[in-house]
Every structure is written in C-alpha cells, then in structure tokens.
Write a protein that binds this ligand. Structure first.
Ligand SMILES: Cc1cc2nc3c(=O)[nH]c(=O)nc-3n(C[C@H](O)[C@H](O)[C@H](O)COP(=O)(O)OP(=O)(O)OC[C@H]3O[C@@H](n4cnc5c(N)ncnc54)[C@H](O)[C@@H]3O)c2cc1C
Length: 161
C-alpha cells in the first residue's frame, strides 16, 4: 500500500482489518470515507492506474452531499444532510461532475427581511434603492463613501486579538 487517505481528520484504528484481496490486486490506497473528497480522490487515482480500497460507514456514497428521491411516486429530491447548491464557473468542473450526477435547475432568489421591509440579496441597485432611495450607481457610491469615511484611516482588523 502506498498510503492512507484520511478524510475529516479521522484516524484509522490500529490493526484495522483490510479485506484480504484474494485474487484482487492489493490496494495502493485505503480511502476512508466516500464523501466528495474520498470519492474524487479514488476516482482520480484509479484513472491513473492506482488501486483504491474505499471504506464508508454510511450505507451510501456522497458524504454530506448525498441526495435521494423521496419515492418513485413522489420524485422529490431529498438532501439528507441539508440543502446543497453546486456552484462553479468552470466548464471543466461542470463537465466532470455531470459524469456522476444529474442536477436540478436552481435559481438563487433571496430576500432578506429587516423590520417590516424586504430587501434584495445579494446587494444590487434594487437594494440600494430600497435602503437609501438612490437610483444611479454614482449616487450609491456617494452614500457608501460617506458611510465608510470614518473608517478609512483605521487599520483593518478581524475579531482575533
Ligand atoms: C447543511 C450543509 C449544507 C452545505 N451546503 C453546501 C453547499 O450548498 N455547497 C457546497 O459546495 N458545500 C456545502 N456544504 C459543504 C459540503 O457538504 C462539504 O464541503 C463536503 O461534503 C465535504 O466533503 P468531504 O468528502 O470532505 O466530507 P463528507 O461529505 O463529510 O464525507 C466524509 C465521509 O466519510 C465518512 N466517514 C467518516 N468517518 C468514517 C470512518 N471512520 N469510516 C468510514 N467512513 C467514514 C462519512 O460517513 C462521510 O460519508 C454543506 C454542508 C452542510 C453540512
């Protein structure tokens, strides 16, 4: 074996019983977890002629991005571990993932409620109009410049001490 790939910092218990390969080729890698990382690693390594043994404690692959259909009668896709949205602007990545999964069309339409008003998110000219009554980008920049002026001289810091 060339190495052990551990996802999520999981240690493999000492003396773990790796199934006897029998006539099968001895694995080059033991991949613990068939989530995104483990699955992609195993796929890529296998495509390069390496042999991977993937072990997964859940009864399915995909890790936290796993989805299933509610029932054949009700083909509702359930995101078992919470809703997942896939985003990429890379044609190469998009073609890659389509080899393994189908995707629903999704449009990100978010409104934020503050008090009794609804605001468009992510911020766009509608949001600035709702907030400040401005109409042009120049007017919005003017308000932003006014509001950020007191902080210009300050040294940017995060919350760490
Ligand atoms: C609620 C939620 C919403 C999210 N939304 C998004 C989103 O919209 N877009 C996005 O890009 N990302 C999203 N993420 C993040 C995304 O889920 C993770 O980045 C991704 O799943 C990480 O993949 P992974 O392979 O590292 O880990 P995981 O998906 O956690 O896979 C690890 C796998 O290892 C297995 N395992 C662990 N220990 C062992 C063991 N000892 N033996 C055998 N198997 C083991 C686990 O069962 C699991 O299947 C979201 C995450 C959550 C929780």
């Amino acid at each position: 074996m060339r190495g052990i790939v551990i996802t999520k910092g999981i240690a493999i218990p000492e003396g773990i019983a790796i199934p006897k390969p029998g006539r099968a080729r001895r694995p080059d890698f033991l991949v613990v977890g068939a989530g995104l990382f483990g699955s992609v690693f195993a796929r890529e390594a296998t495509d390069r002629g390496l042999h991977c043994l993937v072990i997964e404690r859940r009864p399915h692959v995909g890790g936290n991005v796993y989805t299933y259909e509610h029932s054949p009668k009700r083909p509702i896709v359930v995101h078992k571990y919470g809703a997942h949205i896939f985003k990429t602007n890379s044609e190469r990545v998009w073609k890659y993932v389509l080899r393994f999964a189908d995707f629903n069309r999704y449009t990100n339409q978010v409104l934020a409620r503050f008090g009794d008003s609804l605001y468009n998110l992510p911020f766009n000219m509608n949001t600035f109009h709702q907030l400040w009554g401005v109409i042009t980008p120049a007017e919005a920049e003017e308000v932003i410049a006014r509001q950020t002026a007191p902080y210009r001289a300050a040294e940017p810091r995060n919350l760490e001490l």
